[in-house]
Design a protein around this ligand. Structure first.
Ligand code: SAH
Length: 228
C-alpha cells in the first residue's frame, strides 16, 4: 500500500511512521509513505497557502489553488483509490471502514488546518471524508496518523500473528476479552483458572463469554446488530 499525506507540518509525522507496526510494514515492503509539504505549492515566496475566508469571520482557509496543484501533481504519478479529507464532519472512522481501506492500494490523505480547506477541493477532488471523533483538532495530522495506523495494521502480513488483528476489539462486533500475562498470581490477584487449563476450546469459550459480557457493560449499542 502507498499512503501519501499532504500537510503543512511534515515534521509532525517524523517519528510516527518510524516506529512499531508502521515501521515494520515499511521494512517488509508492504507500505510506502510520502509526506508532501503543501508549502512547496505556495503561490508566493513566503510559503503561505492560506487566505482570509470570503464573507469574513475569524480564521484562515487553505486556498484552493495550491492544494489543487499539489493533488494534480501527485495524480500524475499515482492513481489514488481514495482521496481522503480529514474532517470533523466526515464519516466516523470505525473498524469496518479501516478494514475496507486496508484493501486499497493507494491512498491520499489531506490534512486541513486553520478553519479548514476551500470547499471546492472537497467538491472536486475528495472522494471520502473521515472524522476521528466528535471533537475539533487543530489540524488533520493526528487524524491522518490515526487513520494510517488503524488501516496499516490490517494489511495481511504486517502483524506477525494475523490472528492478533482478528481478535482485536470491534473485529467481530465485540470488544476484546481481558488479557493477562505472567505471573498467574500477583499479590493474590489471580488470573482466571480457565486460562491456565490448556484446553483451547474452554479458553475460547471463556474469551467469547468475557467479550460478550464486557460489550454488554461497556458498549451495549454494539450488540444491536449482532447475532449471538
Ligand atoms: N472549522 C472546522 C474545523 C477546522 S479544524 C469545523 O468547524 O468543522 C482544522 C482541521 O483539522 C480540519 O480542516 C481537519 O482537517 C482537521 N480536523 C479537526 N478535527 C478533526 C476530526 N475530528 N477528525 C478529523 N480531522 C479533524
Amino acid at each position: 500500500m502507498q499512503i501519501d499525506i499532504i500537510t503543512l507540518f511534515p515534521q509532525m509525522f517524523e517519528g510516527f511512521f518510524q516506529y512499531s507496526i508502521l515501521k515494520r510494514a515499511q521494512t517488509k515492503g508492504l507500505l510506502s509513505v510520502n509526506i508532501i509539504n503543501l508549502r512547496e505549492y505556495s503561490l508566493n515566496k513566503y510559503g503561505s497557502v492560506d487566505d482570509y475566508a470570503f464573507g469574513g469571520g475569524a480564521g484562515m482557509v487553505i486556498q484552493v489553488e495550491p492544494l489543487a496543484n499539489c493533488i494534480e501533481g501527485l495524480q500524475q504519478k499515482t492513481n489514488y483509490d481514495e482521496i481522503i479529507y480529514t474532517a470533523p464532519d466526515g464519516q466516523m472512522l470505525n473498524q469496518p471502514l479501516a478494514n475496507s481501506l486496508s484493501l486499497k492500494e493507494n491512498l491520499l490523505i489531506l490534512c486541513g488546518h486553520y478553519k479548514g480547506i476551500d470547499e471546492r477541493i472537497r467538491e472536486h477532488f475528495v472522494t471520502m471524508e473521515v472524522s476521528i471523533g466528535d471533537y475539533v483538532l487543530s489540524g488533520g495530522e493526528l487524524a491522518a496518523a490515526v487513520i494510517s495506523d488503524s488501516v496499516v495494521r490490517l494489511i495481511p502480513g504486517v502483524l506477525s500473528d494475523e490472528q492478533s488483528a482478528l481478535s482485536d476489539s470491534f473485529q467481530d462486533g465485540l470488544v476484546a476479552p481481558a488479557v493477562y500475562s505472567r505471573p498467574a498470581d500477583f499479590r493474590g490477584w489471580k488470573v482466571p483458572d480457565v486460562l491456565l487449563c490448556g484446553d483451547p476450546k474452554k479458553i475460547e469459550a471463556w474469551q467469547y463469554e468475557n467479550a460478550l459480557e464486557r460489550t454488554k457493560q461497556r458498549r451495549p449499542e454494539l450488540l444491536k446488530n449482532l447475532d449471538y
